[in-house]
Design a protein around this ligand. Structure first.
Ligand SMILES: Nc1ncnc2c1ncn2[C@@H]1O[C@H](COP(=O)(O)OP(=O)(O)O)[C@@H](O)[C@H]1O
Ligand SMILES: [Mg+2]
Length: 275
């Protein structure tokens, strides 16, 4: 593939790294999201928010080819989905569904699996692979846990190890699905610090979040989903969160808030936070 843009500065204009236009995305022919427009440009930190079941994971999975795109277009790095020759450009940390399910290996081994897509088959790891793994562990603050079995880590440390695994592949965009879910407060802060370091180095992030929490200072744009549609796309204003944060659908009793530029009334009130 000689026509693949290899110039890493190519996106430094406003060329989106991810561009979704009028997309219908779902499973087995049943749409979950309809008419979705979404872009992610170089250096952005976008929070994808919305109530449970609103389609956040499905949108993210659509970008990765893990959910079906039945209408519209999805382009990654200027290439239609499915024609992207180099999947390593997009790093992915899936939503955690099985808190107790931990593979029996050390942190270094887990993070090392993030290099596999970049390694030639049946070749031993190169110095570059080992450097990337060490750098990824350091980036999430787990350098001193390299030899620790993953099972001995706290939930938050395990999430950081999974992020390091994605980072080890040196992706240009890192997509994380609810990285803070089920993680205690101290670990959330450690995670936020790790992500702050990445953002400081110009990382482009798409983060599915229940609430912005400790990541609020990093977020440059919020995209809110409701029942499979984008209902907000703009700056991270507090009232957007109150209206569309993860618990919004459970707060009808608070009445609605007016959202700028949308001309619609959203369910939920300003007191959606539980703490
Ligand atoms: N693998 C799947 N097959 C069929 N339907 C699914 C699958 N995953 C999610 N769904 C459905 O898609 C809708 C949106 O789910 P999801 O994208 O996981 O929402 P969120 O991440 O915002 O909680 C839900 O109704 C869910 O039941
Ligand atoms: Mg989800």
């Amino acid at each position: 593939m000689t026509d693949l843009p290899t110039d890493r500065t190519a996106g430094s204009g406003r060329d989106p790294l991810i561009e979704v236009r009028g997309a219908t995305i779902g499973y087995h022919g049943t749409p979950v999201l309809a008419a979705v427009d979404f872009t992610l440009s170089l250096g952005e930190v976008v929070a994808l928010v919305g109530a449970n079941g609103s389609g956040k994971s499905t949108l993210v999975r659509g970008l990765l080819g893990l959910a079906q795109v039945t209408a519209g277009t999805v382009e990654l790095f200027g290439q239609p989905l499915g024609r992207l020759p180099d999947r390593t450009r997009l790093g992915y940390v899936p939503q955690r569904h099985h808190p107790a399910g931990v593979v029996p290996c050390t942190v270094r081994e887990l993070v090392g699996t993030g290099r596999l897509p970049r390694m030639r088959r049946l070749r031993p790891t190169s110095a570059a692979d080992r450097r990337a793994v060490t750098a990824a562990m350091a980036a999430v603050g787990l350098a001193d846990q390299a030899g620790t079995p993953v099972a001995h880590l706290s939930g938050g440390q395990q999430r950081r190890a999974l992020i390091a695994r994605a980072l080890a592949g040196s992706p240009e965009v890192l997509v994380m699905d609810e990285p803070l879910a089920g993680v205690d407060q101290a670990s959330q802060e450690a995670l936020a610090e790790a992500l702050e370091g990445l953002v400081g180095r110009g990382a482009t992030l798409l983060i599915v979040l229940h609430e912005l929490g400790p990541l609020a200072p990093l977020v440059t744009r919020v995209v809110a989903l409701r029942q499979g549609s984008v209902v907000y796309d703009g700056p991270p204003l507090p009232e957007v969160h109150a209206a569309y944060g993860g618990d919004a659908e459970h707060h009808h009793e608070h009445g609605g808030v007016e959202l700028p530029g949308l001309g619609l009334r959203a369910p939920g009130g300003p007191n959606g936070d539980s703490d």
